[in-house]
Design a protein around this ligand. Sequence first.
Ligand code: SF4
Ligand code: SF4
Length: 334
Amino acid sequence: MKEAAFYIKLDSGKTQCLLCPHECKINVGKRGICHVRKNVEGKLVSENYGQVCSLHFDPIEKKPLYHFYPGSTVFSVGSVGCNLHCRFCQNCEISQTSVGDFPFLKEYPASEIVRLAMQRKDNIGIAYTYNEPIVWYEFMLDVAKLAQNDGLKNVMVTNGFINPGPLKELMPLMDAFSVDLKAFDDGFYRKITSSRLAPVLETLNTLRRYDKHFEITNLVITAENDNEKEFADMVKWISGELGKETVLHISRYHPMYKMTNPATSVHKLMDFFRIAKEKLDFVYVGNVLTKEGQNTYCPECGHLLVERLGYSVDKTGLDEDGSCGKCGATVFNN
Ligand code: SF4
Ligand code: SF4
């Protein structure tokens, strides 16, 4: 447990958390919407500080990040809590609970996370993932500082629902982001995730302004956000605001948690893939193995650069510098 960053004290011992756009006003003894920030005697604390539920060496493609050190390994860590309540959450056991209600947490100092990450020579860094890392802010920051000092990369897998101030403080430390853009409709965000669209778009704009590496994942849910016009509008926004080189992962939904709609049809995913490819250079299809939508082709000459089968990655189309082996175009920055 550690005193939280980004909060103010109000009357009668109440606190207001300013970490995410919910800006919860929290009475003494109560928690915010995320279940892990609590008002203890007029002080806001991060209850999940150092409380770890999962530690794994994962392929970077699993985050998903396809254009950040393709084929590498990243040490992935997570805790409990989330500031969203998505009805389709695949990690609801950890995201929708509190520290006291989850019996499998183990406390780690920040330095131990970094020491464990350094054990594998092929590991590029640390990914803050599984639950929502925004609500693990203080611990993530402490780990990320040590990791950066030791030459490791820091990666966030996030819903992007964070206030601009805390996001800006992360900029010098984070190297890459995998951001969910769950829909292009504020009504969906409110009804299905208990949050709002505008702050997520603002986060994406900030990442572009800071020239950060980020990739977007859009989970297509049957009869919820699978409207073709809405999807085309989202792609147009991504291309216009963030650039046509922005990487988009279109991901297949399966029934989970409170959502019972049938799994997304592969036909629908492939239609969306083709719509997105009209405006974006790099579009992938995830959560299902398809013939199209797995590989990376050079946007300049069409040469096959990276071939993927599940998490196995073949980079033979790249030259030694990581540029296109045929025309020399720079596609990956690392
Ligand atoms: S981080 Fe948690 S407590 Fe803070 S505003 Fe967001 S949901 Fe509320
Ligand atoms: S943002 Fe992610 S972790 Fe949080 S509830 Fe939604 S799907 Fe689950």
